[in-house]
Ligand binder design. Structure first.
Ligand code: GTP
Ligand code: MG
Length: 260
């Protein structure tokens, strides 16, 4: 049976979690799905609200992690959520989105419909196509995101318009391929590292014009150190992309990606 895993990293999202859950549920009502929240120790009441929502919908699951590093660990949370989905579900579509309502749940049907096409393995909700929109985001965050994205496009593949948006859809085969890799980054730059792997594996990528809404409730978890690490990491990721090597987990360092 086909099904959808919606994998959402969260940390202290008490003012967003109820509306997010209800809006996601509305979009996938009647479908076989699991709504997985990956939490790194929220202390603001987020977990209590999720507990209440779980009483009404058994499709809601929580993966509890213990934060071992400072800074935004959304990458590590996404990776663990994806592995959980592989181990605990048979779903064929994996979705990732933010827990602060920056990604509109109303776009879920667009990404899911694209994933149902036989020629698509990976879908990006892009902030940077002609009809994409960004609203309510601080000017300096928009500029920084654009500069970093432009740099990655030059360093990797210009055909991809958005390397950093966390609104993504992918097949179970893509999930298996990412899970098999030794991932270096657990911070937000994880998103670009994963995309480099997907490109190297020659999966078919589609993008659609997404609307990104800057965070209205709660506070950002991104620290200056995450941004500095991101800049350095881009050099490393694009180097590994060009030599076509991403280490296999448990394998020798930098084992060739394509076996044989
Ligand atoms: N589990 C977990 N989730 C996190 C962590 N850091 C951030 N998140 C979640 O990841 C998503 C994205 O984080 P944000 O802080 O919104 O990062 P951002 O969207 O790049 O930055 P803003 O523009 O400030 O919103 C949100 O749902 C956060 O709650 C973390 O360390 N662990
Ligand atoms: Mg955000």
């Amino acid at each position: 049976m086909t099904g959808i895993l919606i994998n959402i990293p969260i940390l202290n999202e008490v003012d967003n979690i109820r509306a997010l859950t209800e809006r996601v549920q509305k979009q996938v009502a009647g479908k076989n799905y699991t709504l997985l929240y990956v939490d790194d120790g929220s202390t603001d009441g987020t977990l209590e609200i999720i507990g209440e929502l779980q009483g009404q919908d058994p499709k809601i699951q929580v993966l509890h992690r213990t934060k071992t590093r400072a800074g935004c660990q959304r990458g590590g949370a996404l990776f663990d959520g994806m592995v959980w989905g592989l181990e605990n579900t048979t779903h064929d579509i994996f979705v990732e989105m933010d827990g602060d309502l920056s990604h509109l749940p109303e776009e879920l049907p667009i990404g899911i419909a694209l994933m149902r096409r036989p020629d698509v393995d990976f879908v990006i909700g892009s902030k940077y196509l002609a009809t994409s929109a960004t609203r309510e985001r601080e000017f300096w965050r928009q500029i920084m995101s654009k500069v970093m994205n432009f740099t990655v496009r030059i360093m990797m593949q210009k055909e991809i318009s958005d390397y950093s948006n966390g609104y993504r859809f992918y097949s179970r085969d893509v999930a298996k391929s990412i899970a098999a890799r030794k991932i270096r980054y657990t911070s937000p730059i994880y998103l670009s590292e994963v995309l480099a792997i997907v490109l190297t594996d020659n999966f078919q990528i589609a993008e659609y014009s997404s609307t990104y809404l800057g965070r209205i409730q709660g506070s950002s978890k991104v620290k200056l150190a995450d941004i500095v690490e991101g800049g350095m990491a881009l050099l490393d990721i694009s180097y590994r992309y060009h030599i076509g090597r991403f280490a296999l987990a448990g394998g020798a360092a930098d084992a060739p990606l394509t076996a044989g």
